[in-house]
Design a protein around this ligand. Structure first.
Ligand SMILES: NC(=O)C1=CN([C@@H]2O[C@H](COP(=O)(O)OP(=O)(O)OC[C@H]3O[C@@H](n4cnc5c(N)ncnc54)[C@H](OP(=O)(O)O)[C@@H]3O)[C@@H](O)[C@H]2O)[C@H](O)CC1
Ligand SMILES: [K+]
Length: 500
């Protein structure tokens, strides 16, 4: 049985532990015995364990740490298969295995191999440790013997495989409090959970290339019934909405974007955003440059129309051109009333608006001002500091997905909460987690490039949520191709190489 089943399409949906429990329940109601699910789960773990032992040419004892619930049940199944295949495999239960119930008790009884006392020292000589302590049912930080076993496993030289989730990791939020098993690889079932993709969960599972999604007999069709609306951000999610240039497309079809020019000292920010918008296929970009900066901007830009503005009215005068579909405010715009006023007027004009950087900070404490009539799409692209200023009651460190979702609902727009796991959330509840951003992307100016990419895709007619997802993913891919030492402007030349 192949372990690494190509991940179910269905838009690469992720399921929370509670949605997974619903999938489980629906499968059983649909006639699949729950014991069969556990048997398939445990078999998938054993497959990966056996494959890994031979791939690493490892030999020696395998210890399965079995917890008090169904995660532990999976562990007993995997141990049974591994022994059938000739491996020296023992189960080390946490607590009294006689207390196991239901399917876990059944699988315990089917296991006739050694059951050894829980002792952290006994893990030192293991060639492999399989963590079947806790999975979707984790409901508090590890403590006592559970924590000691996980800490000892992490300090050992053993290959470490996690069943469903590394024990200590919350499947819903990707958060860890206290000890957590550090897996070299993880086998989960049916679909990944947000905790497998959100940092630090992604790293504790062994990295995305070592996250195996096993088919345990729950039909794809059940996914839609779980209500899952969280996605891994990748082309599978937004590819169908991507605005490929057609033979008849010309610059006005590909859209006209208006960018508000920046002021000292961040004159380059709006240039980065403007070129980025063209690089992703935007047809035309006008940069409205405050008069004192006009000569600099006009001298620095070839591909962008540069218009001089002496005041807000100048900007609004340009905005009156009906061909302008999207406007981007923020990069270098200056924080304050004037910038906020322009954003509101742009929204009132029915244009799609991307708010970044200073435009975001200009709304601190007055987000309600964004709730204008006949508002088109608005996309906010805060980093964590800007998010804290705008949504001081929401804590991304507690629940990143939940915070981004609540923020999106509150502003009635798309919120791109940037970071090592950028989350794109829509007011209708959809959210995507991005997982391809390399560490070197956190350098000045990359946010300006991203905001320009989002605006550049929206101006071509791509729906706001999908445009934000696509831009975030392309932004990460472009950075991956450049490598350490990258500066923001390098991204501009790298974008064409990653466009679909
Ligand atoms: N379709 C599926 O999803 C399948 C999943 N399988 C496996 O089942 C687990 C989920 O099993 P569950 O029994 O719900 O929960 P766990 O095994 O993760 O946890 C067991 C109980 O442990 C208690 N608990 C939780 N956290 C701690 C902690 N930090 N310290 C001590 N005890 C803890 C908790 O019980 P309480 O009484 O404390 O509430 C848990 O209920 C899933 O992850 C899969 O591996 C099926 O086998 C296959 C199908
Ligand atoms: K586990």
């Amino acid at each position: 049985m192949s372990v690494t089943v190509s991940w179910k399409a269905a838009g690469h949906a992720l399921v929370s532990p509670s949605e997974m429990a619903k999938a489980d329940r629906l499968a059983v109601e649909g006639g699949v015995p729950s014991a069969d699910l556990m048997e398939a789960a445990g078999r998938a773990v054993a497959d990966l364990a056996a494959e890994t032992m031979s791939a690493r040419r490892a030999s020696g004892p395998i210890v399965v740490l079995a917890g008090p619930g169904n995660n532990g049940g999976d562990g007993f199944v995997s141990a049974r298969y591994l022994r059938e295949w000739g491996f020296d495999c023992a189960v080390m239960p946490l607590g009294d295995p006689a207390a196991l119930k239901g399917d876990a008790a059944l699988m315990r009884d089917r296991f006739d191999g050694p059951v050894i006392e829980a002792a952290p020292d006994a893990l030192a000589d293991a060639a492999m440790i399989i963590d079947a302590l806790f999975g979707a049912g984790l409901n508090k930080p590890l403590e006592g013997m559970a924590a000691e076993l996980v800490d000892a496993a992490n300090e050992s030289r053993a290959i470490r495989i996690a069943v469903d989730l590394p024990s200590g990791l919350c499947g819903a939020t990707g958060r860890v409090s206290g000890s957590c098993f550090r897996a070299d690889a993880t086998v989960t079932f049916f679909a990944p959970k947000p905790g497998h993709i959100l940092a630090p969960g992604r790293f504790l599972c062994g990295g995305q290339d070592h996250l195996h999604v096993a088919d345990i007999g729950i039909k794809d069709a059940i996914l839609a019934k779980t209500g899952a609306n969280t996605y891994l951000n990748d082309p599978g999610l937004w590819g169908l909405d991507y605005p490929h240039a057609g033979p008849t497309s010309h610059k006005y079809v590909r859209g006209h974007l208006l960018v508000l020019g920046g002021r000292e000292p961040a004159l380059g920010a709006c240039r980065l955003a403007s070129i980025a918008a063209l690089r992703v296929g935007g047809g035309l970009v006008t940069l409205a440059a405050p008069s004192e900066t006009y000569p600099i901007q006009a001298g620095a830009l070839t591909d962008v129309l540069v218009r001089r503005i002496d005041s807000n009215f100048g900007f609004l005068g340009i905005l009156a051109d009906p061909r302008i579909a999207v406007t981007l405010l923020g990069p270098g715009a200056g924080i304050g009333e004037k910038t906020a006023e322009l954003a509101i007027r742009a929204l009132e004009s029915g244009r799609n608006v991307v708010l970044d950087a200073d435009a975001l900070s200009s709304f601190a404490g007055r987000l309600d001002a964004l709730a204008v009539q006949n508002k088109a799409d608005v996309v906010l692209t805060p980093h964590e500091g800007e998010f804290a200023r705008l949504f001081s009651d929401l804590d991304p460190n507690e629940d990143r997905l939940g915070a981004a979702r609540k923020a999106a609902k509150r502003v009635g727009g798309i919120v791109v909460l940037k970071g090592v796991s950028t989350v794109i959330a829509a007011p209708d509840g959809r959210a995507a987690i991005n997982a391809n951003a390399p560490a070197w992307l956190s350098v000045g100016g990359t946010g300006d490039v991203l905001s320009g990419m989002i605006a550049g895709l929206m101006v071509q007619g791509m729906p706001a949520f999908e445009a934000a997802c696509a831009a975030v993913w392309l932004h990460g891919e472009a950075a991956m191709g450049i490598g350490p030492g990258m500066i923001a402007s390098d991204l501009l030349d790298a974008i064409p190489s990653v466009l679909p």
